[in-house]
Ligand binder design. Structure first.
Ligand code: ZN
Length: 153
């Protein structure tokens, strides 16, 4: 079987990762990994639909599925080591990060109310090819066997 994700970099240093996730981008490495996998599975998707609440990173219109690929720090992945708050300037970070989490929740509720299914794929999972595959298949409600027999393209 053809595994395009094998070329992905191994897991990187968490401190460097936290630093990198602070650089906000709409085309982050984890997001690209998710797209690559969806493409390998033969799914069609659209990116950053501005007309939808929260501007989901990846949208599968046919499946009415909205995917967010969330950086663990910015979106405060519960219990994740990448989500630990900086020790300094807590008066700045605490409300800022809480605001992000609240915005995410409101966007997800609004999408659900519009009939979209919402799945969040966390940065820490997206960095591990096996875990990413598991999460994406789960989000698509596919069994693990879906990867087999599906070549590239
Ligand atoms: Zn995480």
């Amino acid at each position: 079987m053809d595994k395009p994700l094998e070329t992905m970099e191994p897991e990187i240093d968490p401190r460097r990762s936290a630093l990198m996730s602070r650089i906000r981008s709409s085309n982050t490495r984890p997001e690209i990994a998710v797209r690559r996998l969806l493409h390998a599975l033969g799914y069609r998707f659209r990116l950053h639909r501005r007309d939808l609440p929260g501007k989901p990173d990846i949208v599968l219109p046919r499946h009415r599925l909205a995917l967010f690929v969330h950086g663990c720090f910015w979106h405060q992945h519960p219990g994740c080591r990448l989500a630990s708050k900086p020790k300094t300037r807590q008066d700045y970070w605490t409300p800022k990060l809480a605001g992000n989490v609240q915005r995410d929740q409101l966007a997800q509720e609004a999408l659900a109310a519009m009939g979209w299914r919402v799945e969040v794929i966390w940065e820490c999972d997206a960095r591990k090819p096996a875990e990413l595959e598991r999460r994406v298949l789960e989000a698509l409600k596919l069994g693990v066997s879906a990867m087999r027999g599906k070549g590239r393209g």
